[in-house]
Ligand binder design. Structure first.
Ligand code: PLP
Length: 1010
């Protein structure tokens, strides 16, 4: 054996002995790389893994600090993925060991994952989870103090000024200059601002070799507490971000994601958000100085040169970013307004708009405006692109003349393809500035331009490049609150520039500029680019006129919608279409997380609908099988037309007489047998059911309610009370005292099943039991709630005779019976207009919603004259929107379409085809336990075994996900066990759609079996 091998063997033997003696651990030992310390991975026989560290003799304070922090975190942050100390048998965290001299040994728990720098799964999630972890860590470190952290440490970028003397050691003029500029900014701006920020002990080195990631790119561990220092807490974020952004497409996006996640775990101040970008650059500058020093002392260290390539490349990338935009993005990620004073500037504009002068043609009191669409998605985009400036000018002028308009406008927020050239690239690869930040006003060259309000000339710039702004003026203004902002005027005449001087005051309405001709305005058809500017991003007269679509939440604060200044009779802006990730984040932030999103792991952005199909933003058509609301088909032209026409004429409340309302009540009541003759109009199914409850209480004088188990009747407090689906589910507060719950009549898995001809009567017995339970306390029911097919119960059809018997029990006790037709009404069941009619009963009250307005928010209650009369007790019934003329016209159109397109019959034919087909599939796929429904309201219940009926909920999740992914069919699950495939498509769902669904289901279930 060679001498060296022998030494290694002896070392390993010594380590093995140490592990057994001190820790009682036996196992495999493999060495790991380490600069000063010896590190080993230990795989113990029981499967546990450890990290054994043998520290070289050195800074005792630093080692003690590392031991102390892990002891502290073991007590205060038990969930953090950091190594945990494993004490020796004697209870000590460290022991002395003789391996290559005397060393201090520490055993730590092993953290799973791959080193960030080498992980293929690193991405934005990594940055976010790292930010979150560091936020939590720093929360915990607030309570940690140790003498070792109170050091003057070269790697503390809060002391970056220490390195000024080393800048000269850096190779390369450009690098030295960049680093010097960073240190200058540090001294003049960053360091003074840090004074107001929080100080504490931080980890200070979450670099890409100290962070571990799991297979999904989430942080699974943080290593090495040897660089801890007491400094400004924001340094923690900057150090981590400096490494997290290496190699990412969007460097600032990564910094912002990390900072935002940190902020959510450990809130930072606005002052801190403003420093992060500069501190990241400072970290690079410090790193370059440290490396230069080390290379001077240690010229053979080539590793340093390699890591410095990353640093210089990333620093150069950051130098191309706009600091103000970077800070705005970081603020936005942390939930602060991107531009702090933008909202108050807009408020000032809104409050003072009545005093503003028109910018062009102020003598025209009510200008007529021709609107142009220059967006990339415009049908005319190719035509505009093919025209040169002169031809465009001619066409624009012709259209303005044709429309007899005073001038033309181009819109704020338009995403345009016309901005070509390098100037529109950003520091993020493949990203361009393309969204218009101003409004274009098209008028002939030399048309005078007037100041909308007083200001002074702040910047004059001749952007004399092709497709630039040409002569540009920024006027500066101050709000009453002292906020400074600017108005920008681009594409002016040279003559304007000659007349103006910086600082010159400009009065409201003053004609201070004129439009430039094509040859002087950057080669455009003559027009004014008018833009509001709350922050000129340090660009002054070179301010951008176009922003980045994917950062619109920031840009629209930099340059808010100028419509407020213009006061035009037409919209001068469009909504900027955003990517899905942003919409999800903003929904959570601004709309609330309890509002669920379908297919939340891969949500859809739907922008259109037609018949039984939905259309996404890419134009992909999705077969919609869960939308009983758009009952007569998405965007049915007759319904749309009825709404449009009535909207043009009148939309007011029902206090005035109106033919449509009375006609609609007649037509709707005619859909019910006598004595159901009186209609009430409301806005939602919940409201209809709530009103029904009030009617029943007024009529019966009773307060209690009987409802069917697992039912849902609406989201109002009164309806949550009668919805076991909600009050007995997650977050529910349990059954209220005034509510009795009757057993759900489930013929598939309930007490009485298919084949039991008496099941209806037997299930209805439990309704009687509830009546008796009330009676035992001297109470009687006001109302019995039930649907004709139980929706949330799992699309269950009722056993024959159930409602007949149940109604009899309730009525015998003086109660009323309600048929909730909100889901199932309007001919969906095929055989009848209303689902309860399949049971041969007449309720006392019926409620309708969802399909009644084909998506328009309206609903109704139908009841008897006697019940309605009992409600007219002197208290006025008023509903602001219920029964307005637009709703009435829409309701009539829906009834017309159901009649004229024979939709009830269609539901029956296609529904039978669907159920026959599904039953045929059940012969081949044992997972189908039951197929049920009427017309196009169906349930297909999946079970793991037909014998045990064990619900196959996860299989259904797979089916729904695959039907969407592979077949573009939208479905959802239902039922208490989440194992019922719910089918309720818009009624125009065709035989072909049905066959497509059955084939897709067959294919998907087939894959499930394997
Ligand atoms: C049976 C039933 N009743 C009432 C409602 C409540 O209707 P809305 O959401 O219009 O308030 C729903 C809604 O899903 C329902 O399914």
């Amino acid at each position: 054996m060679a001498q060296e091998d022998l030494k290694a063997e002896q070392e390993l033997a010594a380590i093995r002995a140490l592990l057994i003696e001190t820790y009682g651990i036996e196992g495999d030992i493999s060495p790991l790389p380490g600069e000063h310390d010896l590190n080993y991975r230990v795989r113990a026989q029981d499967g546990e893994q450890y990290l054994l560290k043998l520290h070289a003799p050195g800074d005792a304070d630093e080692l003690d600090m590392q031991v102390a922090v892990l002891d502290h975190l073991a007590k205060t942050a038990v969930d953090l993925p950091v190594s945990r100390p494993v004490p020796g048998r004697a209870g000590a965290s460290t022991v002395k060991a003789m391996v290559r001299g005397e060393r201090t040994a520490r055993l730590l728990t092993w953290l799973p994952g791959d080193i960030w720098a080498k992980s293929a799964s690193r991405g934005l999630t990594s940055a976010e989870t790292l930010g979150h972890l560091l936020g939590q860590l720093d929360q915990s470190l607030k309570g940690f103090a140790h003498a070792g952290t109170k050091r003057v440490y070269a790697w503390d970028i809060g002391r970056a000024d220490m390195h000024l003397n080393h800048v000269g050691l850096i190779d390369g003029d450009d690098k030295r200059e960049a680093v010097r500029a960073i240190f200058e900014r540090f001294a003049s701006s960053v360091r003074p601002s840090l004074e107001s920020c929080l100080r504490q002990v931080i980890h200070n080195d979450a670099n890409d070799y100290n962070v571990l990631l799991d297979d999904e790119g989430r942080v699974s561990g943080l290593l090495d507490f040897g660089d801890m220092v007491e400094t400004w807490r924001v340094v923690e974020i900057a150090v981590a971000a400096a490494y997290a952004l290496i190699g990412t497409a969007d460097a600032v996006g990564t910094i912002a994601a990390l900072a935002g996640a940190y902020h959510r775990a450990n809130p930072i101040s606005e002052a801190e958000t403003a420093l992060i970008f500069d501190l990241v650059r400072t970290r690079y500058a410090v790193s370059m100085c440290m490396a230069a020093k080390q290379i001077r002392d240690n010229p053979e260290n080539t590793y340093l040169l390699v890591s410095q390539e990353d640093v210089w490349r990333e620093l150069q990338r950051l130098e191309r970013e706009n600091r103000a935009i970077a800070i705005a993005r970081i603020r936005d990620a942390c939930g602060f307004a991107p531009i702090a004073h933008a909202a108050s500037v807009v408020r000032w504009l809104e409050q003072n708009a009545h005093d503003f002068s028109a910018i062009v043609k102020p003598s025209v009191a009510k200008p007529k405006v021709a609107v142009f669409d220059f967006s990339a998605s415009s049908p005319e985009a190719a035509q505009w692109a093919a025209l040169d400036a002169t031809a465009a000018e001619a066409l624009i002028a012709a259209r303005i003349r044709e429309q007899n308009a005073d001038y033309g406008i181009g819109l704020y927020g338009e995403d345009r393809a016309i901005y070509q050239g390098d100037a529109y690239e950003t520091a993020t690869a493949g990203e361009r500035r393309s969204v218009h930040l101003g409004v274009d006003i098209f008028a002939p060259a030399l048309e005078p331009v007037h100041a909308p309000f007083a200001g002074k000339v702040a910047f004059l710039h001749d952007d004399a490049v092709a497709f630039g702004f040409g002569p540009t003026v920024l006027l500066e203004h101050v709000t009453d609150a002292g906020d400074i902002f600017w108005t920008l005027y681009g594409h002016l005449s040279r003559e304007t520039m000659a007349k103006l001087t910086v600082g010159q005051p400009i009065a409201t309405g003053e004609s201070f500029a004129s439009l430039g001709a094509t040859q002087e305005n950057g080669n455009w058809a003559p027009h004014l680019h008018f833009q509001l500017v709350t922050d000129h991003l340090g660009l002054e007269g070179r301010m951008f006129g176009v922003g980045v679509r994917d950062q619109w939440q920031v840009w629209h604060e930099v340059s808010p919608d100028p419509s407020v200044v213009l006061g035009l009779p037409v919209p001068a802006s469009v909504i900027v279409a955003r990517e899905k990730d942003f919409l999800v984040r903003e929904r959570h932030r601004r709309i609330g997380r309890s509002l669920s999103i379908a297919y939340s792991t891969a949500p859809l952005k739907i922008v259109g609908g037609e018949g039984a199909h939905l259309i996404d933003e890419d134009g992909t058509r999705w077969l919609d099988m869960v939308n009983n609301v758009c009952h007569v088909g998405h965007c049915h032209p007759r319904v749309v037309k009825a709404a449009q026409m009535q909207m043009e004429k009148l939309n007011t409340n029902s206090r005035y007489l109106h033919d449509s309302l009375v006609e609609y009540s007649r037509r709707l009541a005619a859909q019910f047998p006598d004595p159901l003759n009186v209609c009430f109009f409301v806005n939602s199914g919940s409201e209809a059911n709530d009103l029904a409850l009030r009617l029943a209480r007024a009529y019966t004088g009773n307060r209690d309610v009987i409802t069917v188990d697992h039912a849902y009747h609406g989201h109002l407090s009164s309806m949550i009370d009668v919805s076991p689906y909600k009050f007995a589910g997650k977050g529910g507060e349990g059954r209220p005292a005034h509510v009795q719950v009757a057993e759900m009549p489930d013929l598939y898995r309930g007490r009485y099943r298919y084949g039991d001809v008496d099941a209806g009567r037997k299930y209805a017995e439990d309704v009687r039991n509830q009546v008796l339970a009330l009676a035992a306390n001297g109470r009687r029911p006001a109302l019995f709630f039930s649907e004709g097919i139980l929706g949330t119960g799992g699309q269950l059809t009722l056993p024959e005779g159930y409602l007949h018997e149940a109604y009899a029990h309730v009525r015998a006790a003086g109660g009323l019976c309600l048929a909730d037709e909100v889901q199932v009404g309007f001919g969906r069941v095929g055989s009848h207009m209303w689902a309860h009619q399949t049971q041969g009963v007449i309720p006392d009250i019926a409620t309708m919603g969802k399909p009644i307005g084909n998506g328009h928010p309206m609903a109704a209650v139908v009841t008897t004259e006697a019940i309605a009369a009992s409600f007219a007790n002197g208290m006025e019934y008023f509903n602001t929107f219920g029964g307005n003329p637009v709703s009435a016209e829409i309701g009539l159109a829906v009834l017309d379409v159901i009649r004229d397109e024979r939709l009830m019959h269609h539901c029956r034919v296609v529904g039978d085809r669907l159920m026959d087909g599904a039953r045929a599939l059940a012969k081949r796929h044992a997972i189908i336990g039951d197929v049920r429904g009427y017309g196009l309201f169906n349930g297909i219940e999946l079970v793991r075994s037909r014998e045990t009926q064990e619900p196959a909920a996860s299989a259904l999740d797979f089916v729904i996900a695959e039907m969407k992914r592979k077949h573009r069919i939208l479905l959802s699950s239902e039922g208490p066990h989440h194992n019922v495939l719910k089918v309720k498509p818009p009624a125009p769902f065709s035989a072909e759609d049905c066959d497509h669904f059955l084939n897709a289901l067959d294919e998907t279930l087939g894959r499930l079996n394997h």
